[in-house]
Write a protein that binds this ligand. Structure first.
Ligand SMILES: [Zn+2]
Length: 231
């Protein structure tokens, strides 16, 4: 089944210049040993848990919920459903995925299967090397996200395993109270993937994703290599 699958990397390469959530520290990378001096090369790297293409564990917003190491590997290999609203929202940084968008998606593609990772393509991945376009001007966050009603439907009616997006966060940038994180997805034990890219290479239904997140003991999340398999 996988012999002919196309492999698509949904991950932004992780360097020190990656766009961060405002106020969060950028990654630091220090060369510890070199081939010339020591016979081998290695660096010491430190990063905020929510850096680049990354995973949010439910404990990120809800005390007592699962930490990243407690997420079973079986839930990290999931069918992917890709809802692409990039054309409809046409660059509106305050747009959200609405329940109408989801219903229209199902009318066209069939019912969203249970247990899927729902990946929202807003088109913001095109801006992920320009912080003002990607996140908004300093101190004034704007980027599209999941609307609360759509998220509730995906979580409660379609029993999604996780939510993913090609922006800095699942909630739209102008929602400072993070309603999806705090009221809809994490309370139900769902995880998130943020800062995805290359979603346009996936079909609406039929691909799978493998979420290669670090099992940091007690962690709230971690950078992740997210790989899609397209049959
Ligand atoms: Zn995060």
């Amino acid at each position: 089944m996988l012999n002919n699958a196309k492999v698509v990397d949904l991950t932004i390469p992780l360097g020190t210049d990656i766009i961060m959530w405002p106020g969060a520290p950028s990654p630091e990378m220090e060369t510890v040993v070199t081939v010339a001096h020591d016979g081998y090369f290695a660096r010491r790297v430190s990063f905020f848990e929510h850096t680049g293409t990354h995973f949010d564990a439910p404990c990120h917003f809800i005390e007592g919920k699962a930490t990243v190491d407690q997420i079973p590997a079986s839930t990290l290999v999931r069918p992917a459903v890709v809802i692409d609203i990039s054309a409809e929202i046409a660059g509106d940084a305050d747009a959200v995925l609405t329940l109408e968008h989801v219903k229209a998606f199902e009318a066209k593609n069939g019912e969203i299967p249970k247990g899927a990772a729902i990946l929202l393509r807003t088109g913001w991945e095109d801006f992920n090397s320009d912080s003002v376009k990607y996140a908004g001007p300093e101190g004034d966050l704007h980027f599209p996200g999941f609307g609360v009603e759509a998220a509730k439907y995906l979580v409660n009616e379609r029993e999604a395993a996780g939510l993913g997006i090609d922006t800095l966060g699942i909630d739209p940038g102008n929602k400072a109270d993070f309603p999806v994180h705090s009221q809809v997805s994490h309370p139900k034990g769902l995880w998130h993937l943020e800062n995805l890219q290359n979603l346009k290479a996936l079909p609406p239904i039929g691909a799978w994703i493998v979420v290669g997140v670090l099992p940091l003991v007690g962690g709230s999340g971690s950078p992740a290599r997210v790989i899609a398999l397209v049959p």
